[in-house]
Design a protein around this ligand. Structure first.
Ligand SMILES: [Mg+2]
Length: 439
């Protein structure tokens, strides 16, 4: 029996500050944290697209410029009708519903998703279930290993939720709120009219007795902490083994960029965000390379920290400003790695530690975490230590220098050979032309 075609919109709650993921979330918004080489939001966009969702609103707050760039990419690629709902001040989950009350116009139901969960849920059977019962609200449940830390539901024999308690002392079950709801349009408008702040505390209790639970037995993890994020990244490869499946791609090539004297203008021991100036062509280069399928990852030695001239907090302020300027130019980074160690010698060709360039450690870590293919990747920098770090990681390398003609092949000894370019635009040309060098 086929039911008449129902229409659905979605609300992605993605504005959270990600405080438990600091310092990572000081430069990347939580919803764009990469797992298996792709921003977390991408997972949800894929799920919403395959479930036939018409329009999705995503609320933005911290580092909104970066999310805006992401939204622009999704729209430009024609993947989905993704629309920003900006919150200069966080409205809370219920407040976001109120601010997007019109999302229920002209549809039968609205899917509400907390975007900070990493999940392999299929929304299609969920929507079918919601349409099969006559309650206006469906809550997705998962079996929580730690029910006392969750919102716990108790079901009657028909699957109706008869009690719901946030972080119960004595949990009635291990059936926990997965942060994913399907709500009939009328119920969505009812929630919007409450003008509340938090769905969990102010809204869900009002729906007890008229909402159903739908158990998801697959993978479901709140990636709110570093430990959980690490676990999600480890599990991601097993979770999506078929790389052709929506949700993952084959390992990507990357361009690894040095920071000082390469992506931004060199300032001796830069310690003030006001002094951050992007190099000419920095945003154009990252945009062009991204378009060609390259991830962009900063790998930077920051011995000023090891020497005590700079705090990590200050370094993050500098990176926040750098990312802001990049986002203004429509560019986003896929990752940023720094090494705080102070060197013992002045020789930039000596590997003193695995992570400090010319050691390849930061590149290897990025390849692991972001699912990058090193053999098709490039390192670009203004020092021989950059060149060597790239070669030592199995990448090709470009030295930014004006003392040789563009494309000169130079010898770096046992590590191999590298190319020269006078600026980032030329480096991008070389990379896109795929010019190989014998190594
Ligand atoms: Mg440099």
């Amino acid at each position: 029996m086929s039911s008449p075609k129902r229409r659905s919109n979605a609300l992605l709650l993605a504005g959270g500050l990600g405080t438990r993921l600091r310092p990572l979330t000081e430069t990347i918004p939580k919803c764009l944290v990469p797992i298996a080489g792709r921003p977390l939001l991408d997972l949800w966009i894929n799920r919403l697209v395959e479930a036939g969702i018409g329009e999705t609103r995503v609320n933005t707050h911290a580092l909104a410029e970066q999310v805006r760039v992401y939204i622009g990419q999704v729209r430009a690629e024609g993947r989905h009708n993704l629309v920003e709902s900006h919150e200069p001040e966080l409205l809370g989950s219920a407040g976001t519903v109120t601010a997007n009350a019109d999302l229920a116009d002209d549809v039968d139901e609205v899917v509400i998703v907390y975007a900070d969960n990493f999940s392999d849920i299929d929304l299609r059977p969920l929507l079918e279930f919601h349409r099969s019962h006559d309650d206006p609200f469906t809550m997705v449940l998962f079996r929580a290993p730690n029910p006392r830390a969750c919102g716990i539901a108790e079901l009657d024999r028909r699957g109706r939720i008869v009690s719901f308690i946030e972080k119960p002392e004595n949990p009635a079950s291990d059936l926990a709120n997965a942060g994913l709801y399907v709500v009939d349009a009328d119920a969505y408008r009812e929630i919007a009219a409450i003008r509340g702040f938090d769905l969990g505390h102010e809204v869900l209790p009002r729906f007890v007795g008229r909402m159903r639970g739908w158990l998801w037995g697959g993978y479901h993890l709140d990636v709110g902490t570093h430990e959980a994020l690490e676990r999600a990244r480890r599990d991601a490869t097993e979770l999506f083994p078929a790389r052709s499946e929506a949700g993952t791609k084959a390992p990507r090539p990357a361009v690894f960029l040095d920071r000082d004297g390469t992506l931004i203008e060199h300032v001796h021991y830069l310690d003030d965000p006001d002094h951050v100036r992007l190099a000419p062509d920095a945003t154009a280069m990252i945009r062009r390379l991204r378009h060609a399928g390259f991830a962009s990852v900063i790998v930077t030695n920051q011995s000023a920290i090891g020497r005590g001239f700079l705090t990590e907090a200050r370094l993050h302020e500098i990176h926040v400003e750098m990312n802001r300027q990049l986002a203004e130019g429509g560019a986003t980074l896929d990752g940023l790695y720094f090494c705080p160690e102070a060197p013992a010698t002045d020789d930039r060709t000596v590997i003193e530690s695995p992570r400090r360039k010319p050691g390849p450690g930061m590149l290897l870590q990025a390849a692991e975490e972001l699912d990058l293919d090193l053999s098709s990747s490039w390192m670009v920098g203004d020092m021989i230590s950059d060149v060597l770090a790239g070669l030592n990681a199995g990448c090709r390398s470009i030295l930014l220098t004006t003392s040789e003609p563009a494309g000169t092949v130079l010898d770096a000894g046992p590590a191999g050979t590298y190319l020269t370019a006078p600026d980032l635009a030329t480096a991008a040309e070389i990379i896109l032309a795929g010019r190989g060098v014998d190594r």
